[in-house]
Design a protein around this ligand. Structure first.
Ligand code: G4P
Length: 296
């Protein structure tokens, strides 16, 4: 399946973010724990040059626990501080402050040498659409003060949210554009719902998801829909349609509805904790830099 997508308003979002970068010390890069590479914009290294960095693996509640731990280790191996979070759950954010200090240690030291004491660290949350930026800002701030959604044209006034005496957060997240140089990355973003479904063939997408699940999480479809191994992904989709009474007039399976249902179930975690990408152990040999792609 061929996925090509680049929304026009991303150019505007990028410029806005480049401007905001000048105001901050620390970049909180929010990634989807189910696909940390696909949800990562490789240009972040250039955009965030000179800034302290940390990665938040969000939606960890939907990701495979072991894979999530492996990814956290992978980022730590690259020297990037990581926290696994569920942005909706403030309890999972408790570890963030300590990691902020770890990520900003150099800056804090530098300030201290210059006699600057107790200057708050200014931070910005960045990530691709739908990764959970607004949810995170709201949770960190403790009240619904961040604009939800990524509407272009929303009036931008830089508001700083004081989280505590040592940390301030820009209320406007930096919207990164998803970038996919290969079809697998595009597919993963589409599975997650980060690409507007309207432009995609949902049945084809669902068939690809079935293919992936049958390989990596063979029990997931049986457990959710009570179906046995089907002949091919489309036969499987037909079975899902029948099991869930997605039928067109005359009783034939409604594949479009079954596809939408499957994708919604996946995105909502109802197929169990699933991670689409695994880090490659070869990493530790030092051949690969952060931001380079990993495949499942
Ligand atoms: P964005 O600003 O980066 O575009 O993302 P936003 O915060 O709007 O979050 C996108 C969707 O992801 C929201 O769901 C939000 O609730 C959900 N979400 C964010 N973080 C997490 C997480 O850690 N775990 C889970 N399971 N979901 C998360 P929605 O259905 O679009 O909106 P809503 O009905 O929840 O408001």
């Amino acid at each position: 399946m061929n996925i090509q997508w680049y929304p026009g308003h991303m150019t505007k979002a990028r410029r806005a973010m480049e401007e905001d970068m000048k105001l901050i010390d620390l970049v909180m890069e929010l990634l989807d724990a189910r696909a940390p590479m696909a949800s990562r914009n490789p240009d972040i290294d250039r955009l965030a040059k000179g800034k302290a960095r940390m990665v938040l693996l969000n939606k960890a509640d939907l990701a495979d626990l072991a894979a999530c731990a492996a990814w956290a280790q992978w980022f730590e191996n690259q020297g990037i501080s990581v926290v696994r979070i569920d942005a909706r759950n403030r309890g999972t954010l408790k570890a963030v402050q300590a990691k902020v200090e770890e990520a900003c240690r150099e800056k804090i030291e530098r300030d201290r040498r210059r006699g600057i004491l107790n200057r708050p660290i200014r931070t910005m949350v960045v990530g691709i659409p739908n990764v959970g930026k607004s949810t995170l800002i709201n949770s960190l701030a403790g009240k619904a003060c961040a604009k939800t959604g990524n509407r272009p044209g929303v009036t931008r006034g830089n508001q700083w949210i004081r989280l505590n005496k040592s940390l301030e957060l820009l209320d406007t997240p930096g919207i990164l554009w998803p970038r996919f140089d290969d079809q697998k990355t595009g597919l993963h973003l589409a599975f997650l719902g980060s690409i507007n479904d309207e432009i995609l063939n949902k049945e084809e997408l669902a068939a690809e998801l079935i293919r992936f699940l049958e390989g990596a999480y063979p029990a997931a479809l049986t457990e959710r829909y009570g179906i046995q191994q089907a002949e091919d992904p489309y036969a499987c989709l037909e079975e899902i349609a029948r099991k869930r009474s997605c039928l067109v007039k005359g009783g034939a399976p409604d594949l479009a509805r079954a596809a939408a249902l499957l994708l919604e179930d996946f995105r909502g975690g109802r197929l169990g904790a699933v991670t689409l990408e695994q880090p490659q152990p070869a990493e530790k040999s030092g051949g690969q830099k952060a931001g380079e792609k990993e495949e499942a």
